[in-house]
Design a protein around this ligand. Structure first.
Ligand code: RP5
Length: 171
């Protein structure tokens, strides 16, 4: 099956932080093309990749970068596919530089930006899957099951918390 999602990162050094996104794609059995291409150091390769993406069946592009994080915006400039930006943390400015560079797009060229660190990479993958699920009822069912499991986990932990507090055994 051809990949319907592409995950671009600005540098191979970003890869570790993007593992949660790759795990989500694995869990939902959604093939994802993963590449490390820089908006600044290899601009032509980025442009070539993005311009060919739609023709190859890619439906959503995720672009992750840190620091002067222009990758998502540069990608969005070349395509009308939905682009999800992941600002990478751990920079000199603790990811605030990446966040602002990714999120502050001028009107006309949107980038849907997720959080720096935390659930950001996983949420980018889930959002991409939610977009695909509009045309794929099986994926939609999987997303509903994923949410149900999340809810069950919260309820379970709430029960444990209340029991421990009632017993006075500490949390
Ligand atoms: C950005 O610069 C990359 O996305 C990465 O987060 C950061 C540093 O890249 P390297 O110098 O480690 O290649 O373009």
């Amino acid at each position: 099956m051809n990949a319907q999602v592409a995950l671009l990162m600005g540098s191979y050094s970003d890869a570790k932080r993007l593992e949660p996104a790759m795990e989500i794609f694995k869990e939902f059995a959604v093939p994802c093309e993963v590449r490390a291409l820089s908006a600044h150091r290899s601009p032509q390769a980025v442009a070539d990749f993005v311009r060919e993406a739609e023709g190859r069946g890619i439906q959503v592009i995720i672009a992750a970068a840190g620091g002067a994080a222009h990758l998502a915006g540069a990608v969005a400039a070349w395509t009308i596919l939905p682009v999800i930006g992941i600002p990478i943390g751990g920079t000199e400015l603790n990811g605030l530089d990446s966040l602002l560079s990714t999120v502050q797009m001028p009107a006309g060229i949107p980038v849907a930006t997720v959080a720096v660190g935390g659930g950001g990479p996983a949420n980018a993958a889930l959002l991409a899957i939610q977009i695909l699920a509009r045309q794929d009822p099986k994926l939609a069912d999987m997303l509903r099951a994923y949410r149900r499991q999340m809810t069950e986990k919260v309820i379970e932990r709430d029960t444990v918390l209340r029991k421990k507090l009632a017993e006075g055994t500490g949390v």
